[in-house]
Each structure stands twice: as structure tokens, then as C-alpha cells.
Design a protein around this ligand. Structure first.
Ligand SMILES: [Zn+2]
Length: 324
């Protein structure tokens, strides 16, 4: 009897230790698991169904002309289906995100404009800075943390900000060609863009606002499908604060372009402002313990019929509400 009790206590202690270890190391464990599984192979070009406005630019990239001076460049054969956006002004052009490191997006950009091109990333994940070093001028958002970590004009993301290890990509570094202040305008020549700080997915995430055309290019901040709020540095508190601010600042007719298509996306992906309303309401309900999640980790919290927030355990007072 005593032996059975002792065995049960030992088993219990081991279980508690295992659960504790999982909790502490959940993020590196998940990243390692993703790394071990590996990325699926590229889809066959013939198997990709394009949208009406999308055309192949080569055997990897597609281009969709959103208007005479705006292009969406996508990677539909890659399972992450990354979208980068090229904004062309009368004098110069801006590439928002430089895509995954799989191929060289600069050759496609060169086919679309002869103007000098600057590049800026919505955030530092590997599938958005993959071609930064191929462009002459890399702009960075003027955020104190990023400035403080720049040495002799060179910036190198941290491993957990870049996350390229999960697909075998080394962390790149680049020379910073200019700092773009938050809420400041950049004039490309008849085309004025504003940089907005939109932390949540990562602390230094930004969005580029084309106010006159009612468009916001928001990277991985929101969109249909899954919103990643569980990654290293993600913060539900920052997400909620950003969403409330955007809802008060953006005109209701604004269209928000995302940086990943869904599996069946056949056009540049995006959502309307209603998606932000759903996100704000969902985040408030998560914070107050009124919205149930499903799954073990990350937990999926439904916002509407087709969008979930993937988050850490998100109950009231949970650590993932902290930021700053
Ligand atoms: Zn991301």
C-alpha cells in the first residue's frame, strides 16, 4: 500500500515537472517541432489557380495590378503564400515587405518600375525581409528599440524576431538607409504614404497607410483566417490597444491589405474595417474571460465565421496581455 502511494506521488511529481517544463519551454518547443516537420515542397505551378487579375511574372511570383501605380506581388507556390506590395510614385517607389528568402523579388520589381525603389518591412519575420539585402535603400521605422540596436548603420534582427530557423534560413543584416518616423508622411511624388505603429503581432510591427486611396498595408496584423498572437514578442494587450486606435483613426471605407493569402486565396488578401471591430470585440471578450478558446496550445479564439486569434492562454490577467 505504502509502495503504491509512493509510486503515485513520484508519478504525480514527474507529471507536474513535465507540465511545468512544457509551460516554460512552450515557444522553443513549438518552433523546434515546426523546424523538424519542415516546410512542405513548393506546389506545382500548374496546380496553382490564379485570380482573374493575377498573372505569372516568372515561374514563382505572380503580380496583380491593384491600380496603375500599385501592385501586389505574391508567392502562391510557397505554402505561406506571401504578399508584398509595390507602391509607385512619380519620383520613386516603395516596396512594402520583400517576401520570403526563396527567390529574388527584385527582378520582378525591376520589371514593374524603373524608379528608384526603397524597401520597408511591416515586421522582421523572415518571410517579410527575405530580399532586403537586394535593395539599395532599406527604410526602418524610427522606433527607439530598433535604433538602439543599430550599430554603424547596420541592423541585424534577433533570432526570435526573424524566426527563419524554422525553415533553415540564416538571420540577415542590412544597412539602414533611412529612418521613417511614426505618423510621418513619405512623399514618393504625387503619392503620399504614412507610417503607423501597429504593435501586437510583434512589438515593432508597422502598417503603411495610403490615406487618399483608403488603403492600409498591414502585414500580419490582421486578416481572414488565423491571427498569430502567440509568437515570441506577440502581445494581446498591444493588439487591443492598436485595434482601438485604428478604429478611431481610420475612415470606415478603408481596405486593409494582408501579407498572406489563405489556401484558396485567388487575389490580394484583405479585409474591411468590420474585421477590426470583430478583433476589438473578441480581444475584449478574451481579456474578460467571456470568449472560450479551443485546442491546447496555441489556443484558438473565434472572432467571426472565418477568423480565429491564435493566442497563449488568454484569460483575465494572463501574461500575454502585458506589453511595453
Ligand atoms: Zn509575421
Amino acid at each position: 500500500m505504502r509502495r503504491t502511494l509512493r509510486a503515485a506521488m513520484v508519478t504525480g511529481a514527474v507529471l507536474v515537472a513535465l507540465v511545468g517544463a512544457f509551460y516554460v519551454f512552450r515557444t522553443p518547443l513549438l518552433l523546434k517541432a515546426i523546424e523538424l516537420v519542415g516546410a512542405p515542397p513548393l506546389a506545382a505551378q500548374e496546380a496553382v489557380v490564379l485570380g482573374e487579375e493575377e498573372i505569372w511574372a516568372d515561374d514563382f511570383y505572380t503580380v496583380e495590378r491593384l491600380d496603375a501605380q500599385t501592385y501586389a506581388i505574391s508567392e502562391p507556390r510557397y505554402f505561406r503564400d506571401v504578399y508584398s506590395y509595390l507602391i509607385v510614385g512619380d519620383r520613386e517607389a516603395l516596396l512594402i515587405d520583400s517576401g520570403s528568402p526563396l527567390r529574388d523579388i527584385s527582378t520582378i520589381v525591376a520589371q514593374l518600375t524603373e524608379k528608384p525603389v526603397s524597401v520597408i518591412a511591416t515586421h522582421l519575420h523572415f518571410d517579410h525581409v527575405g530580399n532586403h539585402t537586394r535593395f539599395e535603400k532599406v527604410l526602418m521605422p524610427d522606433l527607439a528599440d530598433l535604433r538602439a540596436r543599430t550599430r554603424d548603420s547596420k541592423f541585424v534582427p534577433e533570432t526570435l524576431e526573424h524566426l527563419g530557423k524554422v525553415e533553415g534560413y540564416a538571420v540577415p543584416g542590412w544597412d539602414v538607409g533611412g529612418w521613417w518616423s511614426v505618423d510621418r508622411e513619405l512623399d514618393l511624388g504625387g503619392r503620399v504614404l504614412t507610417l503607423l505603429a501597429t504593435p501586437g503581432h510583434t512589438p515593432d510591427s508597422i502598417s503603411i497607410w495610403d490615406r487618399s486611396r483608403h488603403r492600409l498595408f498591414m502585414g500580419d496584423y490582421a486578416g481572414d483566417g488565423e491571427i498569430y498572437a502567440f509568437l515570441p514578442n506577440s502581445s494581446l494587450g498591444a493588439y487591443l490597444e492598436t485595434t482601438e486606435r485604428l478604429l478611431s483613426d481610420l475612415p470606415p471605407e478603408t481596405f486593409l491589405f494582408a501579407a498572406h493569402g489563405g489556401a484558396d486565396s485567388k487575389a490580394a488578401p484583405g479585409v474591411g474595417v468590420q474585421n477590426l471591430v470583430d478583433l476589438r470585440d473578441g480581444l475584449r471578450a478574451m481579456r474578460d474571460g467571456r470568449l472560450a478558446g479551443s485546442g491546447f496550445w496555441p489556443r484558438a479564439y473565434p472572432l467571426n465565421g472565418n477568423t480565429h486569434v491564435l493566442a497563449d492562454w488568454a484569460g483575465p490577467g494572463g501574461s500575454s496581455w502585458d506589453f511595453d
